[in-house]
Ligand binder design. Structure first.
Ligand code: ZN
Ligand code: ZN
Length: 237
């Protein structure tokens, strides 16, 4: 019997692993999100998340405002929530030549997941932002729009993950991003870019977004595992 129980417990563990959501791109009211970081974490907990990054928009004007506050509040919450909430930043609309120094500054201030707001088709992001983000060694290039094959290959070489996004507007190019990332062998992650509680999604919904981008079934779990790997790396810091 004990053997049966062991197997059963193992199956439960595996099931739990596969139903939880990891979301490495969310915004609080430290930039243009609507929730305090604390409520955002609690909403994510309620939505069944196991881990998340709060990645408020930053440029030079607010990087030293937002990042240390996220570090402080998420450190305080860590023993009081089951969600692993990671302080991050999204370098946003910064001229490409300045992106590298801001990625470094975000890390110095304690950001553990650094995103760069990529060349989405929904906004006039400066051309060359995708390339600068990849060269800067950001963790994730958010919504990279009509990313070139050359940049996707560089992302693979540099270990920068390309984002498939749940966010309206940015998600228009998900199919292109998926196609180019798969052809280049670049890593992908799926995030919500949530600005309000209704933007948080289940892992099941995230899987539908990945399938809708043309990603074959056999690649779906790898993409979730990529997010888990980034979270595990934070744990090792
Ligand atoms: Zn963005
Ligand atoms: Zn964002």
């Amino acid at each position: 019997m004990s053997k049966v129980h062991t197997c059963f417990d193992f199956c439960l563990m595996i099931t739990a692993y596969y139903i939880v959501m990891i979301d490495l791109h969310t915004h609080s009211l430290l930039s243009d999100g609507v929730l305090l970081p604390t409520e955002l974490v609690q909403r994510a907990n309620h939505a069944g998340y196991s881990a998340m990054a709060i990645t408020d928009h930053v440029d030079r004007s607010n990087i030293d405002f937002a990042v240390p506050r996220l570090v402080e509040v998420l450190d305080e919450l860590k023993d009081h929530t089951p969600v692993q909430a990671i302080p991050g930043a999204e370098i946003t609309h910064v001229p490409p030549v300045l992106i590298g120094q801001l990625v470094n500054r975000a890390r110095e201030l304690g950001a553990k997941i650094v995103l760069v707001h990529g060349e989405t088709v929904a906004e006039p992001v400066i051309a060359g932002t995708n390339r600068a983000a990849i060269e800067s060694g950001a963790d994730v290039l958010s919504h990279p729009g009509l990313i070139s094959m050359e940049d996707a290959v560089l992302a693979r070489e540099k270990g920068v993950s390309l984002e498939i996004t749940a966010r309206k507007g940015h998600s228009l190019s998900n199919g292109h991003v998926a196609k180019v990332a798969m052809a280049a062998g670049a890593s992908m992650v799926v995030n919500t870019d949530a600005h309000s509680p209704e933007d948080l999604i289940s892992r099941e919904r995230a899987a539908i977004i990945l399938r809708s981008a043309g990603i074959p079934e056999e690649n779906i779990e790898t993409i979730f595992a990529n997010s888990q790997k980034l979270v595990d790396n934070v744990g090792r810091d």
